[in-house]
Ligand binder design. Sequence first.
Ligand code: FES
Length: 87
Amino acid sequence: ALEVVLARSGKSIIVAPGQTITDAMLAEGVEILTSCEQGVCGTCLTTVLEGEPDHRDVYLSPSERSAGKTMLPCVSRCKGPRLVLDL
Ligand code: FES
């Protein structure tokens, strides 16, 4: 499991293995706009404040991917145990 902290509300959400970050947020009643849920459209693009995203989308460019400042939480996860998102 990984922990996602939503910086604006201070909420901490546990994401189970096999669960997406956006699913875990919705299960906690946190709204996030999604569309494709496949890492293609960019609707869920989110700023990463802390932690190293594990990109599994096909939307970000190689330089955005290596910068690690944004991610698509409908598919992407995290390399460490914790992410802080600007949500
Ligand atoms: Fe389309 Fe996340 S909802 S990239």
